[in-house]
Every structure is written in structure tokens, then in C-alpha cells.
Design a protein around this ligand. Structure first.
Ligand code: SF4
Length: 340
């Protein structure tokens, strides 16, 4: 298989140019064509010699690929399916329009190893990690590409279990030679993989979202096996060492399950856990999946939970649910065309 250029930085593209017998400044031109002009073929790189373009095309793959399919929800949310590594595997990317915003919910792995019980992606097992090109291609190959304003690494997979590819993609998104996005436009969502979380906090300035879902360790463990290796208390102890009072934000995702994590005891424990931390809690409606014992909490229970947190100094909102009719909502992404 040919090496992909999408995801490479200008230094690496310089080496590519040299490998093809081209002057090293062509590396910079390649970066411009790929990230600024966003061409989809070597033949469009008109300031590179014809012979140079042909050599590049013989030896390398640009790394862009059209989606396999797309679906639009009644609320305007749009879901794309992209081919992924692994036999017949696919990943989904979701565009969430909201007033002026066009947010891309991006996938980092086909399936997931983490096994959260409430998640359709987790249930399908793990098929492979995307490389940086596979991640960036979701930005480049959706119809809304030119108008994207934000990105959330909240699609399929645990981004901190695919750290190098995710960080390489983030570098291309934020570097002046790349998309030149502010890191404030990007949020990475994790269940709290501690070793790479520490690196992410040190090496990036993007926002962080942590999937918390339950303040009690043994209850959280019953839904999220990660609690055993990386307890959420340790995750919070790490987060507290960083500054979230300025530009960078941390939020906590809390999916509401009726009778499991939605009473006063849970709200009070959550308040104690997050006390003094500048953060936001997002309450998420649970979208029913087959063979799962809990339903979503009712609207009134969610509102009471939200109010209790807000009255006790923990900023809390109920996240509006989008794209449920096309299975694009939180926890429902599963590359469904593959489920014969
Ligand atoms: Fe993986 Fe996230 Fe699903 Fe957990 S919730 S199984 S980490 S995709």
C-alpha cells in the first residue's frame, strides 16, 4: 500500500519531495495544496512539474477518499460513512448544524476496545485505529468541509487509545501550515485513559470532555471497565493540576439512566467530586439500545438533577439531542451498514 501524504507536516513532505527527485521547496508546496487548497488529486497541483506530479502519484497516495454514503436527519444533522482499516470496517462522521456553527463529530477508531456497556460502538468490538489521514479525511471529504467551525473527537473510538494519530491530526488542524484552526475550536472527549490524557493536557491546548456518567467507583465500573485501570478520582486529580479558568475548558459528560445514576445521592456525590473545579457538566439523554437494562431518565428528573448541580455551584446543562432518527446521536454510532 502506498504511503499517504495527508497528515504529514512540511518537514516530512520535504522528504517526500526529495524522494521523488524534486527540490525540497516542493514540500512546502505540497503542504499548501493539501491543507490550504485542499486538492483531491496530484494533477491539480499545478505549480509542480508534470513529471513531478506523476512521480508523486506513482509513489504516494494523497489520502483523501469520498464517503461511502451520507444520510440527513429531520433536524439537519448529517451522518457520513467512511471506509476504515479492517475487513469491511467503516467509521461515521456526523455534522451537527447549530445556528452559525457547523460542528464535525469525528471518529478515531473503527469500533472500540473500551467496552462501555451503554455504547453501540463498544459493542461492535475493535476493528482498527484510523491513521492521521483517516481522521483528517473526515474534515476534508464531508460536503460541509469548507464551512466547518468546530470539531469534537466524540465519534467512534477512544481518541486517547489512538494518541499519535489523533495528535498528528490535531497538529495539522491547528498549525499555521495546516488548517490554522484555533485549538479552542476542538474538543477531545475521553473516558479517561490516564497516561495519554496526561500527554494530551501537556501537549495540546484543545478543550477536554470527560465521560463520567457515575460518581461512585463501583457503579461506574459496572458500566465502564476503564474505571478499574484508571479510576475517575485519579483522572480528576490529574485534571485539577491544570488551569481551566482561562481559554481552555473542561466538561464532564453524564448520560442519565433511570434508577441508575439520576437521584439526589448521585447529584450530591457529583457536586463533591467536582467542587472548586471550573467546569461544566453536560447531561445527556440516553438513546435506547437493544438488550440494555436501563432507560433514559425522564425530562423532569434530568431537570431536577441539573438544578441541584447549578444551585450548588456546578454549572450544568442538558445537552439537546440531535440526529436520533438516523442513529447519529451519542452512543449510537456503529457503522450500521455492516450489520447484515
Ligand atoms: Fe468506546 Fe467511547 Fe463507546 Fe466507551 S463510550 S465504548 S470509549 S466509543
Amino acid at each position: 500500500m502506498k504511503e499517504k501524504l495527508l497528515g504529514k507536516n512540511p518537514e516530512e513532505l520535504k522528504a517526500v519531495a526529495q524522494d521523488c527527485g524534486l527540490p525540497s521547496f516542493v514540500g512546502r508546496q505540497l503542504a499548501d495544496w493539501i491543507y490550504v487548497h485542499r486538492v483531491r488529486s496530484f494533477s491539480d497541483m499545478t505549480n509542480i512539474s508534470r513529471i513531478g506530479r506523476e512521480t508523486l502519484a506513482q509513489r504516494y497516495d494523497l489520502g483523501v477518499a469520498d464517503p461511502l454514503s451520507a444520510m440527513t436527519s429531520s433536524d439537519g444533522t448529517r451522518k457520513y460513512l467512511f471506509a476504515a482499516p479492517g475487513e469491511g470496517a467503516a467509521v461515521e462522521a456526523v455534522i451537527i448544524p447549530d445556528d452559525e456553527r457547523r460542528t464535525l463529530c469525528v471518529s478515531s477508531q473503527a469500533g472500540c476496545k473500551m467496552g462501555c456497556r451503554f455504547c453501540m460502538t463498544g459493542r461492535q468490538g475493535f476493528h482498527g485505529s484510523l491513521d492521521a489521514a483517516g481522521i483528517l479525511n473526515q474534515f476534508l471529504s464531508v460536503e460541509e468541509s469548507a464551512g466547518l467551525t468546530n470539531a469534537v473527537f466524540m465519534g467512534m473510538g477512544e481518541p486517547l487509545d489512538n494518541y499519535d494519530a489523533v495528535m498528528r491530526a490535531i497538529e495539522a488542524l491547528t498549525a499555521p501550515w495546516g488548517f490554522a484552526w484555533s485549538p479552542k475550536r476542538i474538543t477531545l472527549s475521553t473516558i479517561g485513559v490516564l497516561p495519554t490524557l496526561r500527554r494530551f493536557l501537556n501537549e495540546s491546548r484543545c478543550h477536554l470532555a470527560v465521560s463520567l456518567h457515575n460518581p461512585f467507583p463501583e457503579e461506574r465500573l459496572s458500566m465502564m471497565p476503564v474505571e478499574k485501570a484508571y479510576p475517575v478520582r485519579d483522572v480528576l486529580a490529574l485534571i485539577r493540576r491544570y488551569d481551566f479558568t482561562g481559554q481552555r475548558r473542561v466538561s464532564f459528560e453524564y448520560t442519565m439512566f433511570a434508577g441508575f445514576n439520576d437521584d439526589k445521592r448521585h447529584a450530591d456525590a457529583l457536586i463533591r467530586l467536582l467542587k472548586g473545579l471550573e467546569c461544566r457538566v453536560n447531561l445527556i439523554r440516553f438513546h435506547q439500545i437493544p438488550d440494555f437494562p436501563y432507560e433514559s431518565s425522564s425530562e423532569s428528573v434530568m431537570e431536577a438533577f441539573r438544578d441541584r448541580l447549578n444551585h450548588n455551584g456546578v454549572l450544568c446543562t442538558i445537552r439537546s439531542s440531535r440526529g436520533e432518527d438516523i442513529l447519529a446521536a451519542c452512543g449510537l454510532l456503529a457503522g450500521r451498514h455492516l450489520q447484515h
